[in-house]
Ligand binder design. Structure first.
Ligand SMILES: C[S@@+](CC[C@H](N)C(=O)[O-])C[C@H]1O[C@@H](n2cnc3c(N)ncnc32)[C@H](O)[C@@H]1O
Length: 132
């Protein structure tokens, strides 16, 4: 992963809400609209971070839908679980967006909020999400 563009360590996860979340939160409604996230859908949120996009997606899909929040950083996934672990329609996974391991699951939408630019090979990441 590129030096200085990681967001993957404990400190980044702990400080994300106070430092960067207000920027990413602006994009969430546009992202959900572009992906046409609707009630009942199965959604993957890759590079989920602390779960900003995940929580909005979970609300949009409702109790008949489902969101998997995945991130390469165990610290970020831990933070997301801490914040959203009470939601019954959300699962959490530590996954590299360039080589995802969801062989028995399919998703109707894949969301990635301010994450793709951190992947060294964005084309591979997009290919991986199509295969999921
Ligand atoms: C700026 S944060 C965005 C978090 C969240 N999507 C949001 O909108 O608030 C970027 C996230 O990308 C994750 N990330 C970076 N490279 C990744 C990869 N190869 N696979 C999965 N997640 C990755 C980082 O761990 C970090 O949580």
């Amino acid at each position: 992963m590129r030096e200085g563009l990681t967001f993957t360590n404990e400190a980044a996860a702990a400080g994300y809400e106070g430092a960067f979340a207000h920027v990413s939160s602006h994009f969430v409604p546009f992202l959900l609209r572009a992906a046409q996230v609707a009630p009942g859908m199965r959604v993957l949120d890759i590079a989920a971070g602390t779960g900003l996009v995940t929580s909005a997606a979970a609300e949009a899909v409702g109790s008949s839908g489902h969101v998997t929040a995945a991130d390469i950083s165990a610290a970020m996934v831990g933070k997301a679980r801490e914040r959203l672990g009470n939601l019954s329609n959300v699962l959490f996974a530590v996954e590299d967006g360039q080589a995802m391991g969801f062989p028995n699951q399919n998703f109707e939408a894949v969301l990635c909020g301010l994450g793709l630019m951190f992947f060294p090979d964005a084309a591979r990441a997009l290919q991986s999400s199509i295969a999921s």
